[in-house]
Design a protein around this ligand. Structure first.
Ligand code: FEO
Length: 183
């Protein structure tokens, strides 16, 4: 009996996303190496932790496809691309990668909706929520650098920023958890 509970089209699309998440992991690893090499160990630490999160995202896609009787395929990954030019470029690139990833997740949601595959649609809602967090974290990086002085940031403010990012949580605050007591 055929126990596959996912269409070949969605199986391939989710498998492609598994590889995208792995590529994201490599991109953040490369940015973390760049930052650490520049002396920003705290920022590097944040980016290394984020690389691990992306790896976890890939594993979620892998497990889901397997759970539904499909078989994901590990593909050759392209090189992560050039190093950022500076911190502002690095944080802008992180934001850009996250927005692009959100668009990919939305395309998968569209596909699941079109097929009326509610199990996959439901699985993908976790990623819809996760992308709100990821974009919010990336916006926060850009804001923090601006507050530190942007292009005019002093060594002292960059030192503080680096220390702040070393301790920055991996999860962003979600609007859905906000209350009047704890906005
Ligand atoms: Fe897996 Fe940053 O999205």
């Amino acid at each position: 009996m055929d126990t596959k509970r996912i269409s070949s089209k969605l199986e391939q699309a989710l498998s492609a996303q598994m590889n995208v998440e792995d590529l994201q992991s490599h991109v953040y690893l490369s940015y973390g190496i760049w930052a650490t090499d520049k002396g920003y160990n705290g920022i590097g630490n944040f980016l290394f932790r984020h690389a691990q999160e992306e790896r976890n995202h890939a594993i979620k896609f892998m497990e889901y496809i397997l759970n539904r009787g499909g078989k994901p395929k590990v593909e050759a990954l392209p090189a992560p691309g050039n190093d950022p030019k500076n911190l502002a470029d690095c944080f802008n690139l992180v934001f850009k990668h996250e927005v692009e990833n959100t668009e990919k997740i939305y395309a998968l949601v569209d596909l699941a909706f079109a097929e009326k595959d509610w199990a996959t649609w439901n699985f993908l809602q976790w990623f819809v929520k996760e992308q709100i967090e990821e974009e919010s974290l990336a916006m926060d990086l850009i804001d923090k650098l601006n507050i530190a002085g942007g292009d005019q940031a002093t060594d002292e403010s960059l030192f503080t920023l680096d220390q702040t990012l070393a301790k920055m949580p991996d999860e962003a605050e979600m609007a859905r958890n906000a209350t009047a007591e704890n906005p």
